[in-house]
Design a protein around this ligand. Structure first.
Ligand code: NI
Length: 167
C-alpha cells in the first residue's frame, strides 16, 4: 500500500472527467487500497480517484465513527434522488474550507464492488452527501463551485496565500 499525493484546488487536473473502469482487476484493487490508506491518513471520509490524479471512476468512502466500514464504488451512478438537505462540506482538495451545499437528501446508487460485482445501495444523510460529493469529483466538479463567484474568489485568494506560506 502507498500514500498518494492529493491534488489541491484550483489544480486544473481536478476538472478532468474520469472515464469508466473497463475491468476491475488487481491494478484497480491496488488503487482502491492506496486510496483507502490515503483517505484514512488524511483523515477524510471520502476520496475520489480524480483527487489522486487517476482519472477513472473509483470512489472510497467511510462515514463510520471508528473508520471500520470502508465502502468502495466503482463506476458509481446515481439512479434515484429525492428530497433536499443542506450540509456543511469540506474536501481534502480544498483544505480548511467548509461551506454549506444543497444536495439530495436520499439517493440510490448503482456501482461495482472490488470484485467487479454490481450492487445497489440506498443512502441518506451524510453518506448520501458524501456519495454526491465524490461522484462530482469524478465529473470534474469541486464542491466550492456550487458557491457564488464572490465566495469562490475569496476562497481562491485564501488558498493561494496558504500555498505561498507552505511552499
Ligand atoms: Ni472532495
Amino acid at each position: 500500500m502507498a500514500l498518494l499525493p492529493i491534488l489541491r484546488y484550483p489544480d486544473p487536473r481536478l476538472h478532468i472527467r474520469a472515464t469508466p473502469v473497463a475491468a476491475v482487476d488487481d491494478r484497480i484493487r491496488r488503487l482502491v487500497s492506496d486510496m483507502a490508506e490515503t483517505m484514512y491518513e488524511a483523515p477524510g471520509i471520502g476520496l475520489a480517484a480524480t483527487q489522486v490524479d487517476v482519472h477513472q471512476r473509483v470512489v472510497v468512502i467511510d462515514v463510520s465513527e471508528d473508520k471500520s466500514a470502508l465502502q468502495v464504488f466503482i463506476n458509481p451512478e446515481i439512479i434515484e434522488r429525492e428530497g433536499e438537505q443542506v450540509c456543511e462540506e469540506g474536501c481534502l482538495s480544498v483544505p480548511g474550507i467548509y461551506e454549506k451545499v444543497a444536495r439530495a437528501e436520499r439517493v440510490r446508487v448503482r456501482a461495482l464492488d472490488v470484485e467487479g460485482k454490481p450492487f445497489e445501495l440506498a443512502a441518506e444523510g451524510l453518506l448520501a452527501v458524501c456519495i454526491q460529493h465524490e461522484i462530482d469529483h469524478l465529473d470534474g466538479k469541486v464542491f466550492v463551485e456550487y458557491l457564488s463567484n464572490l465566495k469562490l474568489n475569496r476562497i481562491r485568494t485564501k488558498l493561494a496565500k496558504k500555498a505561498r506560506i507552505t511552499a
